[in-house]
Design a protein around this ligand. Structure first.
Ligand code: FAD
Length: 468
């Protein structure tokens, strides 16, 4: 049997016994955290530390933890994933349980959580990407950048997702770090990617890829790009690839550099220098010999995707030229066309209402809250509460703040609600020990290929690994 409910019961029994002796675990407040991503783990860390008498149960949809840290962050940026060592310590705390393969809105309800837990903290992230809202968006090969991310990062459900790299040019709408990640994963030498935990399916696609040019499209000008300097610098150094930045977009902002504050100033300076300065001889030679390019096409808005002769797959993207107007832009009637066989949108994400009883703002795609407070005893943190903003450190800061409010509201509470013992039976749920087994199987499978790990891609294969 999979990591059984019984095991968890035993663990809580131990807490109760301890509570009558020294540690006071288990009898205190019960906290449910829904979502085992960065926000869930960071909030748990704070609550567990402040209230060692509490029991915190992290409910996660998948058997594997870490959300976007595993399935979003690019595989060649393993240093970003160092936060996992903190999450591992959190999960091993004596008053924390990881309950995987358990989905809010499917296996248990929000009403169940409110009935059984003193605090319910929703951190289930953002599942959907924002649409462009243009004609032709439903054509084949127009998709979310995150779909592609899910293919190279092995998110369950994407095993057979159709991504066609049989095209010279890929267009990415959006100028944030996700767009840069995707451009890099499309252009980096396959041999460099191979050692990380990229899926084999992506490596195979890359081996037969015809992509030579990746165009990043931004609505506003260079002052408003939202990627960070490290990611941009990496792109300027990418092997066999030259950057194409359009000089006329940078000339008007040269004089504004002095007024900008760091670190923004350094980022824009790098952009301006790359666009306007003659590269040194070595770089110039590298750029001249490059067979691939990435291009930043700013002050453009997508207006229509057009099909090719089959009438089904995208073949062209129409862009309207924008002119800067104050802090925003005005769209003109001037239209440009790019021939492309793959269009990726990367203009943000939104959450879903996982259960009809959860308060939800469907326009903003978040659970409405004030500093994480939703209603008495109910909280939200991470991208579900803030929207898809910032990096892991921002998510951490938000989770810490919301956890502070949870702790504040639990002050004085001694005896808690029943916790998971009052919850519906979750027959297929998995435990932290189960995840550790999966991790071991993945690392073993990676070794012969010289990879960090070979991720198990389907939930079924994860459950089989646990059984084995
Ligand atoms: C493609 C991409 C790349 C990124 N790269 C970087 C980077 O390089 N560096 C950086 O600092 N930041 C990066 N970020 C941002 C970073 O990932 C986020 O700041 C952070 O992961 C948000 O954490 P979260 O806990 O709010 O959401 P998530 O990480 O999405 O966690 C939510 C969790 O909830 C689970 N869940 C969903 N629905 C349910 C349900 N109904 N029941 C139970 N569980 C559920 C999900 O499976 C998931 O594990 C990136 C983001 C993306 C999208």
């Amino acid at each position: 049997m999979l990591g059984s409910w019984q095991v968890l019961r035993c663990k809580s029994q131990v807490f109760r016994n301890l509570s009558t002796t020294s540690l006071k675990c288990g009898s205190g407040p019960k906290v449910a955290v829904v979502g085992g991503g960065a926000a869930g783990f960071y909030a748990t860390q704070q609550i567990a530390k402040a209230r060692p008498d509490s029991v915190i149960d992290i409910f996660e949809k998948l058997p594997v933890p870490f959300g976007l840290v595993r399935f979003g962050v690019a595989p060649d940026h393993q240093d970003v994933k160092k936060c996992i060592s903190t999450f591992n310590k959190v999960a091993e705390l004596p008053n924390v349980n990881y309950i995987g393969n358990s989905t809010l809105g499917k296996d248990f309800s929000f009403v169940d959580l409110k009935r059984c837990y003193d605090s319910v903290l929703l951190t289930y992230g953002t599942d959907e990407d924002r649409k462009l809202g243009i004609p032709g968006e439903d054509l084949r090969n127009v998709m979310g950048a995150r779909d592609l991310v899910s293919v190279y990062n092995g998110l369950p459900g994407y095993e057979t997702f159709p991504v066609d790299l049989d095209t010279d040019t890929v267009v990415i709408i959006g100028v944030g770090n996700v767009s840069i990640d995707v451009a890099r994963l499309l252009l980096s030498p396959v041999d460099q990617l191979r050692k990380f935990d990229v899926t084999e399916a992506w490596l195979e696609k890359r081996l037969t890829s015809k992509v030579k040019r990746v165009v990043l499209v931004g609505r506003r000008g260079p002052l408003h790009v939202s990627f960070t300097i490290k990611e941009l610098r990496e792109m300027t150094k990418l092997e066999n690839t030259r950057p194409i930045l359009h000089k006329e977009q940078y000339l008007p902002i040269q004089d504004m550099l002095a007024k900008l504050e760091r670190p923004r100033k350094r980022l824009i300076e790098l952009l301006v220098n790359t666009a306007l300065k003659e590269p040194d001889a070595k770089t110039a030679e590298r750029y001249n010999n490059a067979k691939q390019s990435w291009e930043l096409q700013l002050l453009r808005s997508p207006v229509e995707a057009l099909p090719g002769p089959d009438g089904k797959s995208v073949a062209k993207l129409r862009l309207a030229v924008n002119i800067p107007k104050g802090d925003s832009v005005e769209q003109t009637d001037q239209i440009e066309e790019i021939e492309t066989g793959l269009v990726l949108r990367s203009i943000g994400y939104k959450s879903i209402q996982a259960d009809p009883d959860i308060k939800f703002d469907s326009k903003k795609g978040i659970v409405p809250n004030e500093d994480g407070r939703v209603s008495p005893g109910v909280y939200t943190a991470g991208w579900l509460g803030t929207g898809p903003r910032g990096v892991i450190i921002d998510t951490m800061n938000n989770a810490f703040k919301v956890a502070g409010n949870v702790i504040e509201d639990l002050k004085g509470m001694q005896e808690g609600k029943p916790g998971r013992e009052g919850m519906p039976h979750l027959p297929g749920h998995t435990t932290w020990q189960d995840w550790k087994k999966i991790e071991q199987v993945e690392e073993e499978a990676g070794k012969p290929k010289g990879k960090l790990r070979e991720k198990l891609w389907t939930v079924e294969s994860m459950l089989n690994a646990i059984k084995s």
